[in-house]
Structure formats: structure tokens, C-alpha cells
Design a binder for this molecule. Sequence first.
Ligand code: ZN
Length: 160
Amino acid sequence: MEIVADRVVTIHYTLKDDRGAVLDSSAGGEPLAYIQGHGNLVAGLEKALEGNQEGKTLSVVIPPEDGYGKRDAALIQHVPKRSLQGSGEIKKGMQFQAGTGDGVRMFTVTAVVGDMITLDGNHPLADKTLHFDVEVVSVRAATTQELEHGHVHGAGGHHH
Ligand code: ZN
């Protein structure tokens, strides 16, 4: 069955950066299940998978614009420690959810200097060219309920 919108697709994937370092992989675990055409994957990967079938393997290079986007300097903020009161000791690498103009975003503490901390709301993979090796494991029609929920039920997906 071909990958087109509203079909449930399961893939095994390995994601590498420009230097060949593995950033993420489903190898050795469950394949990833998603619904094609619903923005579940980065745009460049959905685009590359469209029209392929079970058993197909492909290598895709995705520029940041079709991946996790370009770094946005406006998402880097310097705030006093006391604005995160109640969070305990604040250390580099900690993550916080915060509301922004366009919804809730994850911020990472990238520096702690004196009483000031630097928060970065960019995706950790922003500005990166993504190198995906993908194997299409299966393709099936989504159920009505899956389409209503916008996610996959059963193996590799959400469980209710
Ligand atoms: Zn559901």
C-alpha cells in the first residue's frame, strides 16, 4: 500500500547530523507509527515518504527550513533567577514549559551567570540539516477514530 494522506505508516529511522553522529534512532525498539499528512513528522520527511510503499528504504537530507526551523534569536531570553522561583536550584540543561504568544513552548536553560539565567526556546535541532535513513515497515488505512484523534492507536502509537 502506498503512503498517502490519512494512512497509518510505521517506519524505522535513524537520524544523523552533518558529521554523521546519531541524534535519534528507532533501531532496537518499536518502529515509529504516525498518520501521513497530519504534520506528525517534520515536513521534509513526510514529503520524502509520500508515495512510497512497505519495504522501501530511503536516505533523505532535510534542510532546517523543512526540519525543525531556523534559530530564532527572539526565543533566547535573559531572566532573573527569581522569576523561576519554586523550581529549586536552577542548572544548565534544565527545561521549563512556558506560555508564549503562540502556545506553550519548551525552554532550555543554556547559561546561569550570577542571578541571571539564559533560556532558549528554540528546538534543540533548529538550524540543523537532518540526515534520515528510513525503512517503511507498514502502511495501512487509518481508522475513523484515529483520524478524529489525530494520532495512531495500537502498536507504536498512543494507548487509551
Ligand atoms: Zn486516541
